[in-house]
Design a protein around this ligand. Structure first.
Ligand SMILES: C[S@@+](CC[C@H](N)C(=O)[O-])C[C@H]1O[C@@H](n2cnc3c(N)ncnc32)[C@H](O)[C@@H]1O
Ligand SMILES: Nc1nc2[nH]cc(C(=O)O)c2c(=O)[nH]1
Ligand code: SF4
Ligand SMILES: [Mg+2]
Length: 235
């Protein structure tokens, strides 16, 4: 059984390697990290614990079709940390059998065998501003289990220390597609002029990367969904 926090979509994948892709989301409950700026704290801080449902893969698939009808062929599994969940492989296999591609978001602190079957696996190590201490030896062991061409790395950047961390991660794994994503400090979804504020932060990150000759093989991205909807839940 899988602890599900929310199922929603179709929407656009707002982040990373398939940014803009029409997708459904399955968000699991529970995380082994506690990032200071987590935009999905409700998955682990207890505030929405009454919404958590223990569901089988078949039940999740049924609900995806109930909400999304035939209007999707891509599902993103996020959380929380979905890599905590042993039984997820059954859902990944079922989605593939039903001709859906499957993406996943995780922070690289845990490995499960079923992660090898994910079509777009994003690993997002946490920089200093998160106040997490990402264990790079564990990250090495997780990445060693996976095919470099089937995964990508995405580091969220809020400040210069985060940027230096991003560079360190990119150079530690040069064969893996690398994304720097601008941090969103506006977690309350009622911030005035959030789009302008986020775009301005995005522009600063672009400027930082453009003049850095050690960061040429990289993608610089915003969180597309937050430009439109701020940190609204369920989009
Ligand atoms: C909510 S997390 C869930 C998956 C997994 N726990 C992880 O962190 O990779 C999904 C993505 O959102 C990113 N994220 C979380 N809070 C953010 C924020 N305030 N600004 C920008 N990205 C954020 C994470 O770094 C991660 O790449
Ligand atoms: N539209 C949209 N794109 C996303 N990409 C990653 C998300 C996440 O929370 O993991 C996310 C999300 O919550 N919404
Ligand atoms: S690892 Fe992901 S879900 Fe967990 S606290 Fe950090 S951003 Fe949030
Ligand atoms: Mg999100």
């Amino acid at each position: 059984m899988i602890p599900v926090m929310e199922i929603f979509g179709p929407t656009i994948q707002g982040e990373g390697i398939v940014i803009g892709r029409k997708t459904m989301f399955v968000r699991t409950a529970g995380c082994d990290f506690r990032c200071s700026w987590c935009d999905s704290r409700f998955t682990w801080d207890g505030t929405m614990k009454d919404d958590i449902r223990m569901m089988s893969a078949a039940e999740i698939y049924h609900e995806l079709r109930e909400i999304g009808g035939q209007s999707f062929n891509h599902v993103t599994i996020s959380g929380g940390n979905p890599a905590l969940i042993k039984d997820m492989g059954v859902l990944v296999d079922l989605l593939h059998k039903e001709n859906c591609q499957v993406a996943m978001e995780t922070q690289g602190s845990k490995f499960q065998n079923w992660m090898r079957d994910i079509d777009q696996l994003t690993i997002s190590p946490k920089p200093p501003s998160s106040h997490m201490n990402q264990n790079l030896d564990i990250l090495d062991t997780v990445i060693a289990e996976l095919m470099p061409q089937k995964i990508n790395l995405k580091v969220v950047v809020f400040d210069e220390a985060d940027y230096q961390f991003a560079r360190q991660i990119h150079h530690r794994y040069p064969a893996i597609a690398f994304y720097v994503q601008v941090g969103n400090p506006y977690l309350d979804d009622t911030v005035d002029k959030h789009t302008e504020k986020l775009l301005s932060r995005y522009e600063q990150l672009i400027d930082r990367v453009m003049t850095d000759d050690t960061m040429n093989n990289v993608y610089v991205t915003p969180q597309l969904h937050t430009l439109i909807w701020s940190n609204k839940k369920g989009v």
